[in-house]
Every structure is written in structure tokens, then in C-alpha cells.
Design a protein around this ligand. Structure first.
Ligand code: RAM
Length: 359
């Protein structure tokens, strides 16, 4: 057996058994060895920006949730980019956004299948770490996209936009819509979601500015990126807080369900709603006055950049360190602190521009 395949089958064995156990047949590897080897492997490599992109790589996409149209678009963008580069795309993933153990199993499966790289949107910041480190030790490059894990559990994170910008601008949008006055609530996705929790942290910080002194955040509710739960949570918010003036929902599933609820209720046009949604999901609600404006990036472009980042990592053009640069689809990207790559700025959609977008 070639050393690399031995390395891979040992890691695969560890993945099949329990990742926390000692794998004696492979030389007594312990959990700590795995962690150390993963970080040592990364720090020993040097980026070669001139390296040719490898062909024939297999990149496994593992979204938070497979039946979420946002991830369908994102992963389709990834598949298209990989086809263009001569690589193979595959997608696996849970159907619920609160199935962290399911995500762990999928990482282990991709490790056993010896893919070259994994692009994953993490449901939980820490839950995937052991499995991801095992994959990295096995030579698999890990890119998080959309929702990050801890920086030492992956090589790079492709972020949809600067998290701080996204959090602050959603509050700014809602504050303008309610005239800087009244009670507001957040309708989020899963309670553990790294991306939503980071944005909510910046929303709370933005609200500390004295210009929002007459706005009160009364509750953060969780709809778990499930349409029915998000609908019920919206209903519950309005029962609990009848004076509510606005809702921010930083999830495409949440904002759509909240819009559906508000649109069919006496609150339409009275309780303002903003957040992150797709133009195709929310066009009706912009046109019927339920929503004034909301934000998003193009999910397909996020998937495209995640795929190209995975290939750049697997080809040795980048290793995940701050300051490294690479070109993806004609644009040069520079890795920021902790290996974060920003896609760009989000678009704000309203009645004026919504018909120009189709995703
Ligand atoms: C949902 C998911 C995803 C988030 C978007 C805005 O589809 O929670 O992680 O980025 O909304």
C-alpha cells in the first residue's frame, strides 16, 4: 500500500470506529495526536501561488440542509465551477438544519470515500471539529462556506460578506422602516448556527448606539430553518408582543415564513420585516407591501467561490494563512485573519430593483 493510501485507510478506519478512540493498528494514534498532526501539517506547508490547478479532484459539498433552496443554489454554483475546472462534484447532507450528528456522519463518510476536499456549512461551531480534524489529518482540505466552524478545524472560510456589515445593516434597515421607535424581535435559524449567531451579536452591538435608544429588542426566536416552525414562531412573537413594530430574520427560510404569516394577517404593512432572503422567495411580499427592503448575496457565487477555494487549497496555491492570495473566476482574493475570504458586499433588494434578480 502506498504511504498516502495507508494514511487514508487508517484515517478512514478511525472515522468508522470512534474518532475519539485509539487506533492501534495505525501506530497508536490518539485524539491529541490527531489535533497536533492536523495543525502541524497545515503549518508545515508553504503556499505556491504559481502552482497549476490540479484536475480530477473530488470535492464533497456538505450544506447545513439539503432541501433548502438557498443551498440548492449555492451548491449548484459549486458544481458548475468544479465542472469548469475539470473536477468532480458531489453533495451529501442532512435534511434538517438541527441535525449536527448527521453532519458529523457525513464528514466521516466523505473521509472514508477519500475525497480531496470538503466544502461545509457548519450547523454548529464545535460539533464537527473532531471529524474535520480527522479528515485534515487524512490530507483532505476543508473549506467552510456560509457558516463557519472553529478556525483550527478547517483550512479556510468563504464568508458571504463581512459578518459585521451584515449584522449592522439589517438593524439599520429595520430602524429606518420603523422610524427608530418600538419593540423589535429577531427570528433566527438554529440556536447553534455560527453565521446567524455572529450576525445577531453585531445586531445587538449596533443597537447600543444612542440613535436606537427608543428601540427595544424583546426576543430572539428560533425557527430552525424549518418553514412551519418559523411560521409558528412569528405567530408566537406577535401573540407575546402585540406592540411589536418589526422583525429581523437573518435566514432565507425564516424571512419567507414570517412574510407568509404577516402577509395573511392584520399585521401586514404594520409590523415591518427585513433580513436575509432570496428575491424569488420574497418578490410577492415586496409587491404586496409586507416587506420594504431586505438583503442577500448571490448564493451561487458563494458556492462557486467555495469550490474554487477548495481546488486552490488542494493544488497548494494557498494553505489558509492570512495574506495569501489566489485568483478565482478572474477575481483576486486575499485571505484575511483566520483564513477568512469575503465574497463581497450584499445587495439590498426593494421594489425598485427586485425584478432585475432571478435567484
Ligand atoms: C438560510 C441558512 C443559511 C443562511 C441563509 C441566509 O438559508 O440559515 O445558513 O446563510 O439562510
Amino acid at each position: 500500500m502506498r504511504p498516502s493510501s495507508l494514511r487514508r485507510s487508517c484515517a478512514a478506519l478511525a472515522a468508522v470506529t470512534s474518532l475519539a478512540l485509539t487506533v492501534t493498528a495505525c501506530g497508536g494514534t490518539t485524539k491529541n495526536d490527531v489535533k497536533d498532526a492536523a495543525s502541524a501539517a497545515t503549518s508545515a506547508q508553504k503556499a505556491d501561488p504559481k502552482a497549476e490547478l490540479k484536475k480530477g479532484l473530488t470535492v464533497g459539498f456538505l450544506p447545513k440542509q439539503v432541501n433548502n433552496p438557498y443551498f440548492t443554489s449555492a451548491d449548484r454554483g459549486g458544481a458548475k465551477a468544479l465542472a469548469e475546472l475539470g473536477e468532480t462534484y458531489k453533495e451529501v447532507g442532512p435534511s434538517s438544519a438541527t441535525d449536527t450528528s448527521g453532519q458529523v456522519s457525513y464528514v466521516n463518510t466523505l473521509t472514508q470515500q477519500q475525497v480531496d476536499a470538503i466544502a461545509v456549512s457548519a450547523q454548529d461551531p464545535g460539533a464537527l471539529c473532531t471529524a474535520l480534524k480527522q479528515a485534515m489529518r487524512n490530507g483532505i482540505k476543508i473549506v467552510t462556506y456560509d457558516s463557519d466552524t472553529k478556525p483550527d478545524c478547517r483550512d479556510a472560510f468563504v464568508s458571504q460578506a463581512a459578518a459585521e456589515d451584515l449584522g449592522r445593516t439589517q438593524v439599520q434597515l429595520l430602524a429606518q422602516q420603523i422610524g427608530y421607535q418600538g419593540e423589535i424581535a429577531v427570528l433566527s435559524a438554529a440556536q447553534t448556527a455560527t453565521n446567524q449567531n455572529t450576525w445577531i451579536g453585531f445586531m445587538k452591538d449596533e443597537l447600543k448606539d444612542p440613535k436606537y435608544k427608543n428601540i427595544k429588542l424583546v426576543k430572539v426566536a428560533y425557527g430552525n430553518d424549518d418553514a412551519q416552525q418559523s411560521f409558528q414562531q412569528t405567530q408566537g412573537l406577535l401573540q407575546e408582543y402585540p406592540d411589536l413594530k418589526g422583525i429581523v430574520s437573518p435566514t432565507t427560510v425564516g424571512i419567507k415564513a414570517a412574510a407568509q404569516y404577516l402577509s395573511g394577517s392584520k399585521y401586514r404593512g404594520k409590523v415591518r420585516l427585513t433580513g436575509l432572503g432570496t428575491p424569488n422567495d420574497l418578490r410577492t411580499y415586496i409587491k404586496n407591501g409586507t416587506i420594504d427592503a431586505f438583503e442577500l448575496w448571490d448564493p451561487a457565487k458563494l458556492g462557486d467561490l467555495a469550490a474554487r477555494t477548495a481546488v486552490a487549497l488542494s493544488s497548494g496555491q494557498i494553505t489558509g494563512r492570512q495574506g495569501e492570495t489566489f485568483t478565482a473566476g478572474g477575481t483576486e482574493y486575499t485571505l484575511g485573519k483566520d483564513g477568512v475570504i469575503n465574497l463581497g458586499r450584499p445587495t439590498v433588494f426593494d421594489a425598485e430593483n427586485i425584478d432585475q434578480f432571478d435567484f
